[in-house]
Design a protein around this ligand. Structure first.
Ligand SMILES: Nc1ncnc2c1ncn2[C@@H]1O[C@H](COP(=O)(O)OP(=O)(O)OP(=O)(O)O)[C@@H](O)[C@H]1O
Ligand SMILES: [Mg+2]
Length: 330
């Protein structure tokens, strides 16, 4: 395995105060799809921005595609493609014109550029729409265009910041297939940040969960899930009183509330605990309205390591997302 990105105590402190990224050390291998997962303000975008040399680290450094991000930023930029979270394609140009325009920023010979653009359009099934104005594209088409805009300079590494934010579920799943195809056919390494755990689960070979600028845990999604060694029983009642009573159940590793009249019980092995639980319910005259048993998901991993639920976005970020979605819908 060849290492393509290595960060060395990578640190960013904004305005001498806000430690956004705190001595980050991570290693990404060539050909991986690597996910960065973390709650709002965890430092994901700051990390990406340093790796793509948009901002300078306060201390520490990273080697990206063999080049130091501090000393050799020009070479780093030549080796990478970036698909930012915000839509950047020019609506008053056609898809193809956008690609040509971006291509002209790089020293790609014209014939090679056109050949590459055709190949990229094919990869994301945009050839038929290539000569239409972007203004008329659907949200999914725009995102597909953004995806290949990041590939015009034939990068070794592709950075995707929230690649499917605001897309509907079906379009999102489609995008995942395109990202996989691109990784395979173009042999690129992909680094993505995402608010969607399903996305990381479906796409990432490995993931780092980040909070307060530090890596909490790294592994394949399945490694992280099995590391929890816990099944989750979720049980709902008609009243809060009943739910409170349920909190006294023995044999639980941990018990917390997870919604109205709903209790989340973590146990080492649900198969063994369930018979005991049924006895407990009966003795205490409790009648659940809903009962669910789950092996750990990436959601649970996230909650376990960050103490937060990724779905409870802060209002500012929700607004940012809405703006993106509005633009996507246009
Ligand atoms: N330009 C800036 N100036 C000052 N502080 C900043 C700046 N950019 C980010 N921060 C702060 O640095 C921390 C990390 O922010 P960052 O945007 O990297 O997080 P993130 O993980 O990408 O969050 P999100 O999920 O909301 O995109 C936050 O506390 C944020 O407020
Ligand atoms: Mg961000």
């Amino acid at each position: 395995m060849t290492v393509i990105i290595e960060t060395r105590d990578l640190t960013k402190i904004y305005g001498g105060k806000v430690k956004a990224v705190d001595r980050l050390n991570l290693t990404i291998n060539e050909g991986e799809i690597y996910g960065l997962l973390g709650p709002n303000g965890a430092g994901k975008t700051t990390t990406i921005n340093m790796l793509i040399t948009r901002i300078a680290p306060t201390s520490g450094t990273a080697v990206v595609a063999g080049y130091d991000i501090v000393r050799d930023s020009m070479n780093v930029r030549r080796s990478i493609g970036v698909v930012p979270q915000d839509l950047t394609a020019d609506e008053d140009l056609t898809g193809r014109e956008n690609l040509v325009m971006v291509g002209s920023f790089y020293d790609v010979p014209k014939s090679a550029l056109h050949e590459r653009i055709e190949k990229l359009l094919d990869l994301v099934d945009l050839r038929d729409a290539a000569d239409r104005y972007v203004r008329g594209y659907s949200g999914g088409m725009r995102k597909r265009l953004e995806l290949i805009v990041g590939l015009v300079n034939d990068p070794k590494i592709l950075f995707l910041d929230e690649p499917t934010l605001g897309l509907d579920v079906q379009t999102r799943t489609q995008m995942w297939n395109y990202v996989r195809e691109i990784q395979k056919k173009l042999d690129v390494t992909v680094i993505l940040t995402s608010h969607y755990l399903e996305e990381i689960d479906a796409l990432a070979d490995r993931v780092s969960i980040i909070d307060h600028g530090k890596i909490l845990v790294t592994g394949t999604p399945s490694e992280l899930k099995s590391s929890l060694q816990g099944d989750i029983i979720t049980i709902s009642f008609k009243s809060q009183e009943e739910a409170d009573q349920m909190k006294k159940m023995p044999d639980a590793v941990s018990i917390s509330e997870s919604g109205p009249n709903t209790i989340r019980i973590k146990v080492t092995n649900a198969d063994k605990v369930l018979p005991e639980m049924i006895k407990f319910l009966s003795i205490n005259d409790l009648s659940p309205t809903r009962l669910n048993v789950q092996k750990p998901s990436l959601d649970d991993v996230f909650l376990e390591y960050t103490g937060k639920d990724i779905r409870s976005e802060d209002p500012l970020d929700a607004r940012k997302q809405m703006m993106t979605m509005r633009r996507l819908r246009k």
